[in-house]
Design a protein around this ligand. Structure first.
Ligand code: 0PR
Length: 388
């Protein structure tokens, strides 16, 4: 650090310059992210609550009220009549809290968790931290976890089964109803990772899609991850964890002797109320109708993109259920790298040897059309074939 401070003007102008190096969602070039540009009301709300710390909620009663209201709204969307929860740092922390509850409730000496092969990598971190043995269940031909494989993985050490409603790689929805039956039959905890899908699936039935139950309507579901900082269009950090009822909180609480509240339930101590206020602002501004329209927009663009890819001869890995499109070419890794060099940021998924595109609300029809045009040019120039 330099000995004397610089003027506010110089500091901020330097920051503005540095920010030019960050990509902007509005450019339409970010095709690999599950985050998006925050809603305009979210940006203002975030600023308004910049000083709020939900780690010591007794000082920030307004922010605490907003967190309660936001989690209540999320719970209502996911049919959790008695659900309680928190807005946390992200899906990773939400998954951590769920498995912490499951592990502490079960109290077995060598705990194991059954995790689909398609589960998000946050479970690797969580299992490592919580010293849980991760047992992988295999997938069926549509990349959903196979309940027969899950059943085989369950034994006396199993403390939880994980299902994903909207996998990170393909947007696939596991058969949560089957997992719920298995969980109930075997007396194990079922956690649903709907970090991405939780703010899409509830609005799909209003479009033209019939998606099976994945939420608290199913008795076996004990907790759900649902992240406002993904399809919730709020500011980062805003992950969400919901438990079926408040009895689960007993297993994740930590005493905080000298704070304004007696216990803390999140992993992170000092945590912002700003993104909670931002989430509240988005929910109030959009309502169900606004979310439905956003989901409609993303699904329409997903269709445009997948049919465009198919008409160029590319093969889809699977028919998109949500707003994620995955496709293959004769050299998907090279194609992804080359696209990035041309300013199109797509993901390459090694496990499936494919390119993944997440069709988020910041994308417009013109971005999809421009991408498809560049894609075929780039593929041709580099001798990469759509069909192979
Ligand atoms: N569960 C699922 C199903 C997820 O998709 C993710 C993140 C998580 C849990 C973990 O959530 P946090 O990252 O909030 O802790 N999925 C995205 C992904 O891996 C995260 C992401 C977001 C990646 C923006 C890139 C990016 O630009 O694709």
């Amino acid at each position: 650090m330099q000995s004397k401070g610089r003027s506010r003007k110089t500091v901020l102008s330097e920051l503005r310059k540095i920010r030019e190096r960050d990509l902007r969602y509005e450019s339409g070039r970010i095709l690999c992210s599950m985050c998006t540009a925050p809603h305009s009301a979210a940006k203002i709300a975030h600023q308004l609550f910049l000083c709020s710390n939900l780690g010591d909620p007794g000082l920030f009663l307004g922010s605490l009220r907003l967190e309660k209201e936001v989690t209540k709204k999320l719970a209502a969307l996911l049919n959790g009549k008695n659900s309680v929860g928190f807005i946390v740092s992200g899906g990773t922390e939400a998954n951590l809290l769920a498995l912490l509850a499951a592990r502490n409730m079960a109290d077995v000496s060598s705990p194991e968790v059954v995790v689909p092969e398609s589960a998000h990598f946050s479970f690797n971190k969580v299992c490592d931290l919580l010293k849980l043995k991760m047992v992988q269940a295999s997938l069926d031909s549509s990349y959903r976890v196979d309940p027969v494989s899950v059943k085989k993985c369950i034994n006396k050490n199993t403390v939880a089964v994980i299902g994903t409603a909207g996998t990170a790689e393909l947007g696939a929805i596991d058969p949560i109803n089957k997992l719920s039956e298995l969980a109930l039959d075997n007396g194990v905890y079922l956690h649903v990772d709907a970090a991405f899908g939780g703010l899409i699936i509830p609005f799909l039935k209003d479009i033209d899609r019939d998606v099976a139950n994945f939420d608290f309507q199913l008795e076996g579901v004990k907790s759900i991850t649902v992240d406002p900082h993904k399809m919730g269009m709020t500011t980062i950090p805003a992950g969400g964890i919901l438990f079926r009822d408040d009895s689960f909180l007993e297993y994740i609480k930590t005493e905080t002797p000298y704070l304004t509240e007696e216990f803390q339930y999140t992993f992170v101590g000092t945590r912002t109320g700003a993104s909670v206020a931002a989430t509240w602002a988005v929910f109030e501004s959009l309502g169900v109708e606004g979310f439905r329209n956003t989901v409609k927009h993303c699904i329409a663009l997903t269709k445009l993109l997948s049919s465009g890819l198919e008409s160029h001869g590319f093969k889809l890995v699977s028919r998109p259920t949500l707003n994620i499109v995955a496709f293959r070419s004769s050299n998907s890794k090279l194609l992804a790298e080359t696209l990035r060099r041309h300013g199109w940021f797509v993901s390459y998924v090694p496990r499936l040897d494919c390119i993944r595109i997440v069709v988020m609300p910041h994308l417009r029809k013109r971005h999809i059309m421009a991408f498809l045009e560049d894609l075929s040019k780039i593929a041709e120039e580099h001798n990469i074939h759509a069909s192979f």
